[in-house]
Design a protein around this ligand. Structure first.
Ligand SMILES: Cc1ncc(COP(=O)(O)O)c(C=O)c1O
Length: 464
């Protein structure tokens, strides 16, 4: 039986001091946040004692779940031994060197060096700067523009929010910056024309990319950024042949490929890296989140030899490699990440995600009989369920109806934390989740869907 938590009775009261992201600020002020107290495995408990199955790994990140004593121990030990040392002026420390060596060893394509920062945004930001540095070294300073997908999420610094292709990241902020260009999202369910096959859709999209490259001038494009599966865009899995066709075009015009593995890295899609799953050949890879299973902030930018050798030449000319962050490769985060990688290897975490894929995706697939469910998609232990007003025509709900939000709220009431991205409900559970816990997740989600359908049918303005 699913635990039925008490209705959440939080009020705004003592939690007004923090600005929370990914929420409507007014709504947040009116209602106050859900305040979490502790976690164990895939479960979290709020300050009132209500227990929730955390089906989003927090923000796509706590891959090993809560209560991993080995990560706590690695953190405490490093805190005592050497809590901080910079990676500047030709200095370093063992945790970061060991971590970099391990990352290069397990990288899905040959990589030469690792640059560390503290978040996925910083990792992608540094990748963008590396791309510029590279093209300057190659005497091609006019290669400044970046391409990325609409609906992709690459971060929230000024450059990475510009790479990001979601409206809420741009609107009200005067973004994207000039030179950050977006191409159609490879979202077959929403973007395909009537009667178009996945193959035709992929071909059309890549023609659009090539047309944009030619319009802008191939000699002005520095790099293309992509996630293997667009996670925060609503778990969008590109059609089978899309990336092969896309990479052909990028190669033709000598455009660098940066793969953003911030969500997909470390087993999520059933391989250690999504680069392998989607057969990508990046020049740079960015990872974060699962790198330390979110126990400490850290991100890594892996660069291949082509990028690294050019950077060496360029820095020799400039005099200094001017890309420093105080906490780059922080020893505590590096020690935690190194331990997380050990656990991934010992538990064969990618194979585990692959073996549980049919349990999660198969289980969600059974919800296709529900009147609200239009599509179920995903790979490994990453999934999205798109809610629609009309299943046969795929007609979406009106924008302001916030049906996704409503469903996520019902799920929360039933003790299940999911995320609503528009009207797509996303799932990204810790990779240590068991089959029984997946069954629990599915039962709670079906109940939340029923609650949502009931509420919608009762609302006179939203008859389904
Ligand atoms: C694919 C992807 N890239 C980059 C980022 C940014 O990472 P961070 O929030 O650590 O800056 C995220 C965050 O969700 C992400 O999903």
């Amino acid at each position: 039986m699913p635990t039925q938590p008490k209705p959440n009775s939080l009020e705004a009261r003592d939690v007004q001091s923090v600005i929370h992201g990914l929420t409507n600020l007014k709504r947040h002020l009116d209602r106050g946040p859900l305040v979490m107290d502790k976690g164990e495995g895939v479960w979290v408990t709020d300050i009132h004692g209500n227990r929730y199955l955390e089906a989003m790994s927090g923000l796509w990140c706590i891959t090993l779940g809560y209560g991993q004593e080995r990560l706590v121990a690695a953190c405490a030990e490093q805190m005592r031994r050497l809590p901080y040392y910079p990676l500047t002026d030709h200095r370093g420390h063992s945790p970061v060197i060991e971590l970099a060596e391990k990352l290069i060893e397990i990288a899905p394509v040959p990589m030469a060096r690792v640059w560390f920062s503290n978040s996925g945004s910083e990792g992608n930001d540094c990748a963008a700067r590396m791309a510029w540095y590279y093209w300057n070294a190659m005497q091609r300073p006019e290669r400044r523009k970046f391409l990325a997908h609409r609906q992709a999420y690459h971060g929230n610094t000024i450059a990475t929010a510009s790479l990001t292709g979601t409206e809420s990241t741009h609107q009200g902020f005067g973004l994207p910056l000039p030179g950050f260009l977006h191409v159609r999202c490879p979202h077959f369910f929403r973007q395909a024309a009537d009667g178009e096959t996945e193959e035709q859709f992929a071909t059309r999209l890549v023609h659009e990319v090539e047309a944009l490259i030619l319009k802008e001038g191939p000699e002005t494009i520095a790099a293309f950024f992509t996630e293997p599966v667009l996670a925060a865009g609503g778990v969008i899995v590109p059609p089978a042949t899309y990336f092969a066709k896309l990479q052909k075009i990028l190669k033709k015009y000598d455009i660098l490929l940066v793969v953003d593995e911030v969500v997909t890295g470390f087993g999520r899609l059933g391989d250690m890296f999504g680069t392998t799953t989607m057969n990508l050949a990046p020049d740079m890879i960015v990872c974060a989140k699962g790198l330390s299973s979110a126990y400490a902030p850290i991100s890594a930018l892996l660069v291949n030899n082509r990028i690294f050798e050019a950077a060496v030449r360029q820095s020799d000319q400039v005099g200094t490699f001017g890309l420093t962050l105080t906490y780059s490769g922080h020893p505590v985060s590096a020690a935690v990440a190194r331990e997380a990688l050990r656990i991934y290897e010992e538990q064969n975490i990618a194979a585990r995600a692959r073996s549980l894929e049919p349990v999660l995706l198969g289980g969600l697939g059974k919800l296709l009989d529900h009147p609200l469910v239009g599509e179920v998609r995903g790979l490994g232990l990453l999934a999205g369920v798109e809610l629609v007003r009309d299943k046969t025509t795929r007609r979406p709900f009106e924008r302001g109806a916030n049906v996704g939000r409503l469903c996520a709220d019902h799920a929360q009431r039933r003790g299940l934390i999911v995320r609503a991205i528009g009207d797509t409900i996303t799932f990204c559970p810790p990779l240590i989740i068991t089959e029984e816990e997946i069954a629990e997740l599915l039962a709670r989600f079906r109940a939340a869907l029923d609650d949502t359908a009931k509420e919608l049918s009762q609302a006179s303005s939203l008859q389904i």
